[in-house]
Design a protein around this ligand. Structure first.
Ligand code: PEP
Ligand code: MG
Length: 582
């Protein structure tokens, strides 16, 4: 097959070389992992058992039909039983488990997707509609499967099976919540048709430290199942069916990157101090408590942003209880062994919906998101605050409030925290009475009204992802305007610099926890603006530390001031590049 190249937006660095695995949206709703060779037959039996159980269920339904039941009902059950016995359902998914090593649920959904596509082509509308019956049968089987004990997902892929260890996901879109399901590392790269540089899907891809390109228009239609694919995550380029020569070049780059990483790992215990002796705090961004391991591994001195909404996403009808949340926050706090853990309160909404099927507002990014949602759902907010406060009895916890813009939102948030504390005191539950509370500065209005914040908050954390989105009116998820999403826009730089300066003046800590903090090309610029606290994905931490170790504040300062005085994008871009050579 002829080679071709697709262009998208680079979101997670590195090079991935593997076979394409196209994932249809439905396939994302079930667990998907690769079953090790020795468990394949057991997985086949698991699916066979589920099929047999559904057979029995249908038989019982048929036997228990009331005498006066309409005849269509019996016929309906017959059709489902026939579908279930058809080799398309009773055998093809078993072959998928055997040949591709998919787990049972994934194999079934893959087969159903293929069948559905075939049904869509049928001219006869009656027959075309039978697709629904197939889906209903599959749902029954899935329900049984989900109730049956799955074999544990392997943590690492079998080394001896090169094909299995090299799968690249190709999908139209992947939600941030679905992205989290890829944590078992079954996949080595991601390509999606849509998405932006700082969409939450891209952020999770970065946190998984797996090469990814989004906004690769038409990728999911042009790339075929099992095509060889190279993802150049630094350039956002996807090469399909590469020639042997190109493949060789990329393999060499991959090896060079591996060597560089190995070298970086030696910096883990080195304190982050600039050449002239300025100490810098490097913190980790996490989505779930399990990320604390990689955070410590990378030498983070604390968690600067725990995106707590990942505990809630996709659980609209089964929200995590106060106790469940407490357990998760406590796990993170204990894992960090006394280092501070900054837990951001629920930032649900926009591209992180609680219920992805629910009708969303016309402009969700401007809607009932984050603190606005929490203040409109006081019981949910209070339960979360109590859970966070309870975790503060186990180590240093800080509370971070997202999307604040109004004075009354600050006051109401603080009042809710006091209320949560009072409830805990009443119940004789321990918490740290000195828990610090901080505000995310991520709406331009907040950056322009900083006295409102510094007076009442213990610390500030600049959310550059949203600050850029709202300053430039660029939807961070929309790939059609992604080229306009520019962290170096003078307006953005002014707002960041003003926030850092206001914090310094008031004597309170200011961090950057947006993606800018983990971008080594911007490290010196942020240092020059006076930033002393950076929070980023663990995978980025050592590169940023290396940049800090090589930086000299006396050289960076004057150049940064020049950048901040300029309104010319070319001058700014050149000067930022020049900063790196100082
Ligand atoms: C930000 O907006 O920069 C941020 C850190 O929060 P999130 O990306 O989760 O919106
Ligand atoms: Mg944000």
């Amino acid at each position: 097959m002829a080679s071709f190249t697709l262009h998208g937006i680079p979101v997670s660095r590195g090079i991935a070389i593997g076979r394409a695995h196209r994932l249809a949206p439905a396939a994302l709703d079930v667990k998907h992992y690769l079953v090790p060779e020795e468990h394949v037959e057991a997985e086949v039996v698991r699916l066979q058992t589920a099929l047999a159980t559904v057979h029995r269920e249908l038989q019982t339904l048929w036997n228990e039909l009331p005498k006066d039941a309409p005849t269509e009902l019996g016929a309906f059950i017959d059709v489902h039983a026939l579908i279930l016995s058809d080799p398309m359902i009773s055998e093809a998914p078993l072959d998928i488990i055997r040949s591709r090593h998919y787990n049972a649920e994934w194999a079934l959904v893959t087969q159903i997707e293929e069948l559905s596509a075939q049904f869509d082509e049928i001219e006869d509308p009656y027959l075309r509609e039978r697709k629904v019956d197939i889906q209903q049968v599959a749902e029954r089987v899935l329900k049984v499967l989900m109730g049956s004990e799955p074999l544990p997902a392997p943590q690492t892929q079998p080394d001896d099976d090169e094909f299995m260890a090299q799968m690249v996901v190709v999908a139209h879109d992947i939600s941030p919540a679905d992205m989290l399901k890829f944590r078992d590392r079954s996949f080595i790269g991601f390509v999606t048709d849509v998405g932006g540089q700082n969409s939450h899907t891209a952020i999770v891809a970065r946190s998984l430290d797996i090469p990814a390109a989004v906004g690769v228009s038409q990728a999911s239609t042009l790339i075929e199942q099992d095509d060889w694919v190279i993802i150049d995550g630094d350039a956002g380029v996807v090469i399909v069916s590469p020639s042997a020569l190109v493949l060789e070049q990329y393999r060499e780059r991959q090896l060079a990157a591996q060597r560089a990483r190995k070298k970086l790992s030696k910096l883990k215990k080195t304190p982050a101090v600039t050449k002239d002796g300025t100490p810098i705090t490097l913190l980790a961004n996490i989505e779930l408590p399990d990320d604390c391991g990689p955070a410590l591994e990378a030498g983070a001195v604390g968690v600067g942003l725990f995106r707590s909404e990942f505990l809630f996403m996709g659980r609209a009808s089964d929200m995590p209880s106060e106790d469940e949340q407490f357990e998760q926050y406590r796990r993170a706090v204990v894992a960090m062994k006394g280092r501070p853990v900054t837990i951001r309160t629920l930032d649900i909404g926009a591209d992180k919906p609680l219920d992805p099927t629910e009708h969303t507002a016309l402009n969700p990014a401007l809607g009932l998101r984050a603190i606005r949602y929490c203040l409109s759902e006081p019981q949910i907010f209070l339960a979360q605050l109590r859970a966070i406060l309870r975790a503060s009895a186990f180590g240093k916890v800080r509370i971070l409030i997202p999307m604040l813009a109004h004075a009354h939102e600050i006051d109401q948030s603080l009042a809710m925290i006091e209320l949560a504390k009072a409830e805990l005191r009443e119940a004789n539950v321990k918490y740290d009475p000195n828990v610090e509370v901080g505000a995310m500065i991520e709406i331009p209005a907040a950056a322009l009204a900083l006295p409102m914040f510094v007076k009442k908050m213990h610390f500030l954390s600049i959310g550059t992802n949203d600050l850029i989105q709202y300053t430039l009116a660029i939807d961070r998820v929309d790939y059609e305007v992604a080229h306009l999403y520019n962290p170096l826009h003078p307006a953005v730089l002014q707002l960041i610099s003003m926030t850092i300066a206001a914090g310094q003046k008031a004597g309170i800590d200011v961090a950057v926890c947006g993606e800018m903090a983990g971008d080594v090309k911007l490290t010196r610029l942020l240092l020059g603006m006076g930033l002393r606290e950076f929070s980023m994905h663990p995978a980025q931490l050592l590169s940023v530390k290396q940049e800090i170790l090589n930086s000299d504040m006396s050289a960076i300062g004057p150049q940064t001031r020049k950048i901040l005085r300029s309104m010319d994008p070319d001058v700014i871009a050149d000067a930022v590049q020049a900063l790196q050579t100082l």
